[in-house]
Design a protein around this ligand. Structure first.
Ligand code: FES
Ligand code: FES
Length: 183
């Protein structure tokens, strides 16, 4: 897969060494906010945030696309910043605010960004799309009117095998325009 550009994407956390199936005896009580709802769960200290979201919380929108840190499909928002959930331990989210693609809907309907990906053909097979949308959401929150180059830079760590990226960039530009109209 080629990248939208060969630049940085969502932050990876270098600390975890456990794989998705890793099991440790130590467990912790994790208190956090997921998609606006407070939660407390007992989780293994070695559990990845990706596995916590999918297996404990039941939010399967966040995808695993690689062996770790290379594709961006697992991107979620942590306190408004994009983060690779495959490279982050769940226990590191203590007291943090986590958002997944499911949490970006507006009252059960697609957000303007999700709608733009749908209408502008920014998604084909859709596997990369949750990560693309969360990375784009982080960008639009800090920069409501990004240029094509700024979109490429912000989403450089998100890989897509299908679209060739032109439609993805168009989707983000169209979403920015739609958000401007609504604000
Ligand atoms: S699954 Fe996290 S970067 Fe690929
Ligand atoms: S990998 Fe298929 S739409 Fe991106």
């Amino acid at each position: 897969m080629t990248s939208i550009v060969a630049e940085q994407g969502p932050a990876a956390d270098p600390q975890p060494t456990a794989g998705s199936g890793a099991k440790r005896r130590a467990r912790s009580i994790l208190a956090l906010v997921v998609n606006g709802r407070e939660r407390e769960d007992v989780v293994p200290d070695g559990m990845l945030l990706l596995d916590y979201l999918r297996e404990v919380v039941g939010l399967t929108g966040t995808k695993q696309g690689c062996d770790g840190g290379e594709c961006g499909a697992c991107t979620v928002l942590v306190d408004d910043q994009p983060r690779l959930s495959c490279s982050t331990l769940a226990v590191q989210m203590q007291g943090r605010r986590v958002e997944t693609v499911e949490g970006l809907t507006h009252g059960g309907r697609m957000s303007p960004l999700q709608q733009a990906f749908h209408e502008s053909l920014g998604a084909q097979c859709g596997f990369c799309t949750p990560g693309m949308i969360t990375a784009a959401e982080a960008l639009l929150r800090r920069n409501p009117d990004p240029s094509r180059e700024e979109i490429k830079e912000a989403m450089g760590g998100n890989l897509c095998r299908c679209t060739g990226y032109v439609k993805i960039i168009e989707s983000v530009r169209n979403a920015a325009a739609a958000r401007k109209v609504r604000s």
